[in-house]
Design a protein around this ligand. Structure first.
Ligand code: ARG
Length: 492
């Protein structure tokens, strides 16, 4: 390493390897290297635009940055504290201090790193949003294939009432729709520009913050310069979004684990999404689902870590904040891969329709409809009908004669005399009729599920459009910045 451009003025002596390894973020900064190149370019263009550095110096810096970008982070000196200072040191090596030494005018690594994280994160979140769109679409398509697939529904993991597989899949699709909304909403608070805040007190150089904000494709400024460098609320928010999303993924993963046991036997996962045992040759294990369940814990851990790091941290910048970024990077990466792996796992699993149908009435799952029917045809209050049917189930016998017998005991009336016919009784126990009757908004009746499928599909195309627009806006701003940077090259 040539003389350390950061420490040479104020500090004496070289730090030993242990201290460097403890303090440096070089490894984690791989995640923000591309973002930093963008930030440096836009910043230099703005400095020149404002006459803070000469156009010649800007040209020299921009061509040095191009070389650094081409060579990649791998050739940078890893003994520096972070990528920002390593890039600047390399720039000075390439262009001389009289040119490269001007890049950091009016800037601090505090506003620089905050800007880089936001740029790297917005790109990752748009990719995550695209993955989520695909996952939602598979849930919706599968639901459409299973509008008539009757299955048992559970509460407390006990057989509860019959439903359809479409209804179940739509429940997950609705949860993921909200996850998507949270994600796109968080994006609005992520895509804000801290650059120009400098260390925290802004700068006396006449920076044009709005111009550099636009060059970098941000939607607006993060105005207050102390807030801009201090806050990591957007990271906590993102991790909150990922945590919720992973809860939803883990609940589905858990169901694939349960449902593929021989006790349930509802589904079979594709071989690709299964493992076997090194000793028990017969085994087919749902390891991928188990890892989805476990990785959810890692994402929640990241949220907790960041909350604890940020809690009670005095304003403005503290080096503690450096420790936040790797948690974000890891959690977003896990969430993205979890969403895309769940998509393929869902689309390749096999559903055992006959067994689902067969099990849909076990555990007296039509008892609620029987109580409802008694209410509708006899006018008895629901609580009494509930008592009658509950007592019959307790005796393990849900036949017509038993209902009449218990009805007399509980109400003092013959239910047949007050309107309960055997036909009403039998219909109430039919799982298909149960489902067809549940045709109010959000219910499992096939017609209602089909309506919901269409609505979910329309919402999905709108959401897809929003994401494409955001991706396009970022591409355009990057293209504009590249074009401006090219005009500097011709100037050389
Ligand atoms: N590597 C640092 C981080 O990630 C960059 C900012 C360092 N600023 C400072 N004043 N030491 O937070």
């Amino acid at each position: 390493m040539t003389a350390d451009i950061l420490r040479r003025g104020r500090l004496n002596g070289v730090q030993n390897e242990q201290i460097v390894a403890f303090t440096s973020s070089m490894e984690a900064d791989r995640w923000i290297f591309d973002a930093d190149m963008l930030v440096d370019k836009a910043y230099v263009v703005m400095l020149s635009h404002q006459g803070i550095i000469s156009r010649d110096d800007a040209s020299g810096i921009l061509s040095g940055l191009k070389t650094i970008e081409k060579d990649g982070i791998g050739v940078l000196d890893t003994s520096y504290e972070d990528v920002h200072i390593a890039i600047e040191a390399r720039l000075i090596e390439l262009t001389g201090e009289n040119t490269g030494g001007r890049m950091h005018s009016g800037r601090s690594r505090n506003d620089e790193v905050a800007t880089c994280i936001r740029i790297a994160l917005r790109g990752e979140l748009l990719e995550l949003a695209e993955c989520l769109v695909k996952l939602r679409s598979v849930f919706i398509i599968k639901a459409d294939n299973h509008v008539d697939t009757v299955m048992p529904g559970f509460t407390h993991l006990q057989h509860a009432q019959p439903t359809t597989l479409a209804h179940y899949l739509l429940a997950h699709a609705c949860a993921l729709e909200r996850d998507f909304e949270r994600l796109t909403d968080a994006y609005k608070r992520i895509n804000l520009c801290p650059l120009g805040a400098a260390a925290f007190a802004s700068t006396g150089f006449p920076l044009d913050r709005d111009y550099v904000c636009k060059l970098l494709g941000f939607d607006a400024l993060l105005e207050n310069s102390m807030d801009a460098v201090s806050t990591r609320d957007f990271i906590i928010e993102t991790l909150g979004v990922c945590s919720n999303l992973m809860v939803d993924i883990s609940r589905f993963a858990e169901e694939t684990i349960l449902w593929s046991t021989s006790e349930f036997g509802f589904i079979e996962l594709a071989d690709a999404y299964s493992s076997t045992s090194s000793i028990m040759p017969q085994k087919k294990n749902p390891d991928i689902s188990e890892l989805l369940r476990a990785k959810t814990g890692s994402v929640h851990g990241a949220l907790m870590s960041v909350l604890y790091i940020c809690k009670a941290l005095p304003y403005s910048y503290n080096r503690d904040l450096q420790e936040v970024t790797p948690h974000l990077q890891k959690a977003v990466g896990i969430t993205k891969s979890a969403v895309s792996i769940t998509t393929d796992m869902l689309s390749t699993l096999t559903v055992h329709k006959e067994l689902l149908h067969q099990k849909s009435t076990s555990g007296f799952s039509t008892a609620t409809e029987l109580a409802d029917t008694i209410v509708r045809v006899t006018g008895l209050p629901f609580r009494l009908a509930h008592h009658v049917v509950g007592s019959a189930v307790r005796e393990g016998n849900l036949d017509f004669a038993k209902i009449i017998e218990i009805g007399k005991k509980v109400t003092g009336k013959n239910l047949e005399d007050i309107g309960l016919r055997k036909k009403d009784f039998l219909e109430a126990l039919d799982p298909l009729l149960n489902i067809n009757r549940r045709n109010i908004k959000g219910g499992p009746a096939p017609g209602e599920c089909t309506r919901s499928i269409i609505e979910r599909g329309n919402k999905l195309s709108d959401d897809q459009h929003v994401i494409q627009q955001r991706i396009q806006a970022l591409d355009e701003s990057k293209h504009t910045l590249d074009t401006i940077v090219d005009t500097f090259e011709t100037h050389l």
